[in-house]
Structure formats: C-alpha cells, structure tokens
Design a protein around this ligand. Structure first.
Ligand code: SAH
Length: 351
C-alpha cells in the first residue's frame, strides 16, 4: 500500500498545516481543497497553484483514484450502479438514485463487512478493510463527474447504505461527513445525509454526542431479540431495548426522527403478530418504519415475503399509529441490494 497520505482525506485545517510544513503559504490549502472537491484529481490541472508547490505535494502525498469497472443502468433510467476498483485492487460499489427531490448517492464505507447479517450479500466474505474518508469522498466525486458528463444534476443527498457498517468505521466515516459538508467543498447539508447502522449501541450514542443533524436509520428487521438474533449476529450483542434507548438519546440530541428499516422475510418476521409486536415496541416513539421486501440474494436461502403479507403488515402498523412507508424498490434489475453487484462481479471473474 501507498505509504504517502491521501490529500482527499484532509480537512482545510489539515491542508493548511501541510502547506506550512512544506514551506508554502497557508492560503494555498483552500485553493487545493477547492480543486479536489470539484473533482479535479490531477495535480497538473491545479493551475492557480505554482508548479513547484504541486511537485512538492505529489512527492509527499497522493490523491485517491478510482477506476470505473462497470456502470449498470436500470431500465427506468433512474438508478445507476457503479463498480470501482481501488488502488489496492479491492472493489467497491455505489448506487445513484434520481428522486424528484434530488439525486442521492448510496455509498460504501467498508470493503466487505464483518457484521454477518444472514440476508446481506456484503458480509458473506467478511470484512476486507475499512475505507478511508478519502475513498468515501472519491465515490461522491467520481459519480458527480459521471453525472456531469451525462448533463445530469449533481448529488444532493447521501445515504450510507452501501457495503459496510459505517459505525464500525467510525472515525473515517465522521471525517467523511465533515468533508462533504464543508461549505468550501460539496456543501451537502447534514439533513440530506442518512447513516444506516445495524445497531451498534455505543457508537449510536457517540454519534448523538457529535450533535450533527444527520438522519439515523437503524436496521431493526425484527420485533424481538429472539428473531433478530437469528437473522442478525449483532442482535446477539445488543438488545433491541438498548438500541431504542440509544435512538431516544439520538433524537434528544439532534431532533431528527429515527428510521427503522425492516426487511420482510418470508415466514421469519412477516406475521401479523410480528407487526403487532413491532407496533407496541415503537408506538409513540419519534420514528418511522421503512418496510423493504427482502431482496433475495443468491448468497442466502431467505425468501422475500409475498405482497399480501407486506400489505397486511403495513396496515397493522398504520392502524396502531406507527408511521410507515414501503421503500420504493429502485434498481432491482441492476443488482440493487447491498453488495450484490460486487459479489456477482467477483464471482464472474473467478469463473
Ligand atoms: N451496515 C448498515 C448499512 C448497510 S446495508 C446497516 O446494517 O444498516 C443497508 C440496508 O440494506 C440495511 O438496512 C440492511 O439490513 C439492508 N439489506 C441488506 N441486504 C438486504 C437484502 N438482501 N434485502 C433487503 N435489505 C437488505
């Protein structure tokens, strides 16, 4: 691996320190930051920075480059999945979704994942490594460039729902959030960012303490610990009660309602009693439930619930006064679910 540091992972303050250390004027830091965050990732094009400065920078630092391996467009034209090669030959994926309220990018925070949820394709080969803040930012910058080439609007919102568990890569994820939010960079509002977690209680509490107004989504997927523990290994480490307490703390600190994600799995968590149990659990809590009919992946035996069960489940939640939405299933024809495209690609290469 490259021993040099990645400039893309640096805040303006850090770049100022670097400029100072290499004997350059600190205002150059803002110029550099501005180029980087516009997606200019080659020193040669940073024309307002003297060549000698650029040479010094390139000797001591690098800028993360991604190589686009594949781009898959859904038939409706609203979802595009990108597969990128990292400098160390690892592969990551991210998905762009065009909503009426703006373009949103779903990005990855780790290569693989160690959380072991039984329905998820990303975790089957375990965690390979954390992504750096620069590698997370690079996904946004590269996709923005691709959108620009198609004369489409730039990314306005982010969901940290690609491969990986963002709170298991806490420091890099937090740094990334700070970078994309910077008004001198992409200036993406915290309210337009959603972080999804499988429910790491201490990290949810730590994130709450940061006081950022980002949206928190928690992958609940079960109305009780017994079912949760069977489909999510992390469900054996943290109890639902403690997750809800942590979410309550998050709401108190940030004022943001929590989203609970619930993937409906045939005969596992989709019965009417489960809906009642879930409604009792969440009644009165400042949240909304996002129902996702399971995206069947070849890595798992679990099946998606049928449409009638999904509708009946939603009806019970509604009747009991729990806010609920059914996730629009975008991009199913481009291996929409988490980690599927990457694993399909790797499997094809190994044939
Ligand atoms: N690690 C984080 C974010 C990544 S996954 C988390 O667990 O929340 C993003 C969401 O997709 C999570 O809610 C996850 O449980 C869900 N998911 C993963 N595989 C899925 C599948 N096959 N079908 C439906 N949802 C899935």
């Amino acid at each position: 691996m490259n021993k040099k540091q990645d400039l893309l992972a640096m805040t303006i303050d850090e770049l100022e320190l670097i400029m100072d250390t290499i004997g350059e004027k600190t205002y150059r830091a803002k110029q550099l930051f501005s180029w980087l965050h516009k997606g200019v990732l080659s020193f040669d094009q940073m024309t307002n920075i003297p060549k000698s400065t650029r040479e010094k920078l390139s000797r001591n630092f690098y800028i993360t480059h991604l190589k686009e391996l594949k781009q898959l467009n859904s038939r409706d034209g609203l979802t595009t999945k990108y597969l990128y090669l990292l400098p160390d030959d690892n592969i990551i994926e991210c998905v762009v979704m065009e909503y009426s309220y703006g373009t949103t990018l779903c990005l990855s925070t780790q290569v693989g994942c160690k959380m072991g949820c039984s329905f998820c394709a990303s975790t089957k080969a375990g965690l390979i490594r954390d992504l750096t803040a620069g590698e997370m930012l690079a996904q946004v910058l590269y996709v923005n460039k691709a959108l620009l080439e198609k004369e489409k609007k730039a990314i306005r919102g982010l969901v940290l729902m690609g491969s990986g568990e963002p709170l298991d890569n806490y420091n890099n994820t937090l740094k990334f959030l700070q970078l994309v939010h910077d008004p001198q960079g992409l200036n993406i509002g915290y309210r337009n960012i959603t972080l999804s977690t499988c429910g790491l209680v201490p990290e949810i509490r730590a994130l709450a303490e940061e006081g950022l107004s980002i949206n928190l989504a928690v992958s609940l997927h079960a109305p009780n610990d017994s079912i949760r523990g069977k489909i999510m290994r992390v469900g054996r480490a943290y109890r639902i009660k403690d997750i809800i307490d942590a979410c309550s703390f998050y709401f108190k600190k940030t004022g943001r309602r929590i989203t609970f994600e619930y993937a409906m799995i045939n005969k596992i968590n989709d019965k009417l009693d489960h809906a009642k149990e879930l409604a009792n659990l969440l009644k009165g809590f400042p949240c909304h439930v996002n129902i996702i009919p399971l995206n069947q992946v070849k890595e798992s035996e679990l099946k998606r619930s049928n449409n009638e069960s999904v509708q009946a489940f939603i009806k019970i939640l509604e009747e009991k006064g729990v806010q609920v939405t059914r996730r629009r299933e975008m991009g199913a024809d481009v291996d929409g679910a988490c980690g599927q495209l990457r694993s399909t690609f790797i499997a094809e290469k190994q044939k």
